[in-house]
Design a protein. Structure first.
Ligand code: ATP
Length: 326
């Protein structure tokens, strides 16, 4: 279990994490979502005791990271920055870590196999692709067989096969009863990986709910309707409170919002209107996520600052570049 309570971290006059409270429970994958620069990595560093909060508290299994007995056997972490001795082989890199943690060679071989690096384990880690580096980082996180996993953007640099692999792995680790907390800025990826979501924007909590609820809440339901009598159907639906947008081309379906498909069908039937299509659809999840987090950025902006400038930026200042160098 991971608990963040009123976590606050400031860099200069920028609030990277702003009074953030949430709990991550075991047994399911919890996605930590937010656009670039939202404060995900900073929060993860605070949870791992790598940075000190200005205010608030972060606990793992009820304790501060620094108070954990054998922390690497409790928490496995993959952070964005890759800390690998480039001249060392993947095997030796993991062996060094294993020795500092009192992990035996059997477990070492096990994790190498688990992350699919057996064939290249004796090769220099410096020559690894980004995806292989991610696998190596995940192997390191799993070495101590920890009950809590904190993974920062683990799908970064992975090819489609690698993405499916890491998704399956995270779900399996969660099903074993571990706490799996994984950050991403990719809404669609998290939607199929995580059961629960914690969404932040500009360091502030925007949502803490099940993925299903988030999708339900964030995406607008639409109904695509085709009829030979577009004008009449538009009139009937609009009179009942629906919003109707014409399709671009002649014969293209109308897009109806603010009304469910069965009601559209009923009203058409009551008017004796023929329907050639009646299809419920959802708006794009990625677009809904962008919209949701964009709004939080706007609320956070200093009214005197130029558009796009970070909170606290002086009027006339050039907007700072989001995120950090990788
Ligand atoms: N060491 C630092 N010094 C100064 N500012 C920092 C530092 N680390 C992070 N920041 C700033 O704090 C904010 C949050 O950054 P953070 O890296 O936590 O966001 P993020 O959500 O992880 O973004 P990304 O997806 O780009 O990694 C950003 O504005 C970033 O520029």
């Amino acid at each position: 279990m991971i608990e963040a309570e009123n976590l606050t971290k400031r860099y200069g006059d920028r609030l990277a994490v702003d009074d953030l409270s949430f709990t991550v429970v075991p047994g399911r994958v919890t996605g930590f979502l937010g656009p670039n620069g939202a404060g995900k990595s900073t929060t993860m560093r605070l949870l791992l005791g790598l940075d000190r909060p200005h205010r608030g508290d972060a606990r793992i299994h009820g304790r501060h990271y620094r108070d954990l007995h054998e922390p690497l056997r409790v928490v496995g972490a993959l952070l964005e920055a890759r800390a690998v001795h480039t001249g060392r082989s993947a095997y030796n890199h993991l062996l060094c870590l294993a020795q500092t943690q009192g992990v035996g060679r059997r477990r070492l071989d096990e994790v190498i196999d688990l992350v699919g690096l057996t064939g290249v384990a004796r090769k220099r880690a410096g020559g690894f692709s980004l995806g292989m580096g991610q696998r190596l980082g995940i192997a390191a996180a799993l070495l101590g067989d920890p009950s809590v996993l904190i993974l920062d953007e683990p799908v970064n640099g992975l090819d489609p096969e690698g993405i499916v692999w890491i998704r399956t792995l995270m779900q399996r680790l969660a099903a074993e009863g571990r706490t799996v907390f994984v950050s991403s800025h990719l809404m669609n990826e998290m939607a199929v990986t995580a059961e629960h979501l914690i969404v932040i924007g500009r360091g502030k909590l925007i949502a803490d709910c099940s993925t299903e609820e988030f999708i339900e809440r964030s995406t607008e339901k639409m109904v695509m309707v085709r009829t030979p009598d577009t004008a009449r159907l538009t009139e009937v639906l609009t009179a009942e409170g629906a919003k109707v947008q014409p399709g671009g081309d002649p014969g293209a379906p109308l897009t109806v919002t603010h009304m469910e498909a069965p009601r559209v069908g009923e009203l058409a039937a009551a008017e004796g209107l023929v329907l050639h299509e009646l299809t419920p659809r959802r708006g794009s999840l990625e677009a809904a996520f962008m919209e949701l987090t964009r709004e939080s950025v706007e609320y956070g902006a200093d009214p005197g600052a130029p558009p796009g400038a970070p909170p606290g930026a002086a009027p006339g200042a050039v907007p700072a570049q989001e995120g950090k160098t990788r």
